[in-house]
Every structure is written in structure tokens, then in C-alpha cells.
Design a protein around this ligand. Structure first.
Ligand SMILES: C[S@@+](CC[C@H](N)C(=O)[O-])C[C@H]1O[C@@H](n2cnc3c(N)ncnc32)[C@H](O)[C@@H]1O
Length: 264
């Protein structure tokens, strides 16, 4: 692990000394039988892509394939979505048009956004897909605590194996800055295939223009593909896949939310 990023030198010690509620993290760690839950969630046919298993996202050794990554994710995320995680996630929900019946949250992580979708659309079928059984185990635990029925699937965003034209809404939050551009384009192809004609995709992530201009932002967290992400343009990637009605809005300067529709 590199020792000279801003994250390593300043933020990690700050987080671990002052900002993280260690008791709460330990409680979550103990509340889940990680071995049993991850075995149950794992799809044995999945092999982890090289870009995923070879990187230490957020500076955590082992990337997302550890319980440590899962239990620290929510406590850290609440500080890295200024002005506030709830406001930023709500901004995505506010852009959804209509009442989508079938919803997929791709790269759902610990399910914070997925749970919010189910609360907003209680009559809809909501599915959360993620490559990490550890993140899914925590997502499932949170859903059980809140009595929310969500279908959690171990899966690869760029090849879900789900049916063509079967989903009305796909949401993707905080995933693309962690993927090589080539994979982002494959994910968008997959989303296009999954959506019904007229179906919508909503994407929340770092603001490409701002991160590209302020390159120090890209160095703050140990994100291996963020510079590549920031140099690109999500709108043009969506155009190349065939999406229409594409609109990207800046959200609190450092985030962006994009909505696009599969022509129907
Ligand atoms: C930064 S987290 C975002 C989690 C969640 N969407 C949120 O808003 O908090 C990125 C998540 O994407 C997952 N992920 C990364 N690459 C993926 C892929 N190709 N397919 C499915 N999930 C992936 C990781 O395991 C991780 O849980």
C-alpha cells in the first residue's frame, strides 16, 4: 500500500482516532456471522475480475472482499458526501420520474441507497447487485433490521445474466469512479440491455469536471481509477450506448447526478 497519499498521511489517522465510532463498528462486526452469510450469498459461478480483486479501494487491503471493508463503509461514507450523505442520496431519489415497478441498484454496496429506494417505492420489486458478498451481507442485515424485502444478488454489474428489457429503473451510486473506463462502458451497455424501452438510469458519482480540474481531489482517497474516470465524460459514454434525454446536474459542486432514458 502506498504511504504517501493524503489519505494515508492525514485522513486515515484522523478517521481512526476521532471520527469513527469504533464501538458501533465492533458491534456490526459481531452482529453478522460473516462466514455463514457470505457463503450463502456467494454465487460460485462468479470469478472476480482482475480490476476488482487486484486493488485496495479506500486503502483497505483486500479491497471490498473483507468484512472490515463492509463494516467501515457506512461510518466513512457519512463524512465523504458533503454537505451530508442523506441530502446527496435524496438528490438522486428526487430525479426519478414516475413509479418504476422493477428497480435494480447496481454496485449496491451496503445497501444504503437500495433501502431508500424500497422505502420510496414500497410496492416495487427492488434488487441490489454487488460483487462483494461482504457488502451484501451487511446490506441484507440492514434490510432485515428495517423489515424491508429486497432481493440481494451476488453479481457483476457488466454481465448480470438478467433478462433483456426487464427493468424500469437502474440506479448506480458511487461505482463509476472505481471502474476502468472500458468497464464503465460495458456496464452502460448492460444497463441499456436490461431497461425496458422508456426505462431510466440514474447515476450518482463524483463530479468529473471538478475532479479533473482539482487533481488533488483524485489523490485524497486511494481510488485506482478515479483519474481516468474524471478525464472522461459520462454524457458522451451514454450517447455512444444509445441513451437519450441525457442530463447531468452538478450537486453540491463535487458530485454529479445523471439521468438518461432508453428510447422507447
Ligand atoms: C463505493 S461502493 C458504492 C456502494 C453503494 N452504491 C453506495 O452508494 O454506497 C462501490 C461498490 O461497488 C461494488 N462493485 C465494484 N465493481 C463492481 C462490479 N463490476 N459489479 C458489481 N459491483 C461492483 C463494490 O463491491 C462496492 O460495494
Amino acid at each position: 500500500m502506498s504511504k504517501d497519499t493524503i489519505w494515508d498521511r492525514f485522513l486515515k489517522p484522523l478517521f481512526s482516532t476521532f471520527l469513527l465510532n469504533k464501538e458501533q463498528i465492533e458491534q456490526t462486526q459481531k452482529a453478522i456471522d460473516w462466514e455463514e452469510e457470505t457463503q450463502e450469498l456467494k454465487d460460485p459461478s462468479i470469478s472476480y475480475p482482475q480490476y476488482y480483486k487486484s486493488q485496495n479501494f479506500h486503502g483497505i487491503a483486500g479491497g471490498y472482499l473483507t468484512s472490515a471493508a463492509a463494516v467501515t463503509y457506512d461510518p466513512i461514507t457519512q463524512y465523504v458526501l458533503p454537505p451530508n450523505e442523506t441530502i446527496v442520496r435524496q438528490a438522486l431519489l428526487d430525479k426519478i420520474v414516475g413509479y418504476p415497478k422493477k428497480i435494480i441498484d447496481l454496485g449496491c454496496g451496503t445497501g444504503s441507497g437500495t433501502l431508500a429506494l424500497k422505502k420510496l417505492f414500497p410496492d416495487s420489486q427492488v434488487m441490489g447487485i454487488d460483487l462483494s458478498p461482504y457488502m451484501l451481507a451487511l446490506a441484507r442485515y440492514k434490510a432485515k433490521e428495517q423489515h424491508l424485502i429486497i432481493d440481494w444478488r451476488h453479481g457483476i454489474a457488466e454481465s448480470t445474466t438478467l433478462a433483456n428489457n426487464s427493468v424500469n429503473l437502474v440506479t448506480i451510486s458511487l461505482l463509476f469512479h472505481e471502474l476502468p473506463t472500458k468497464i464503465i462502458k460495458s456496464v452502460l451497455d448492460e444497463v441499456f440491455r436490461l431497461l425496458t424501452p422508456g426505462g431510466q438510469v440514474l447515476i450518482l458519482d463524483g463530479n468529473q469536471k471538478v475532479i479533473n480540474r482539482a487533481s488533488w481531489l483524485a489523490n485524497v482517497f486511494e481510488e485506482p481509477y478515479i483519474k481516468e474516470y474524471a478525464q472522461g465524460n459520462l454524457d458522451s459514454w451514454l450517447v455512444s450506448v444509445g441513451f437519450g434525454e441525457i442530463k447531468t446536474d452538478d450537486i453540491w459542486l463535487i458530485h454529479q447526478i445523471t439521468r438518461a432514458v432508453k428510447p422507447g
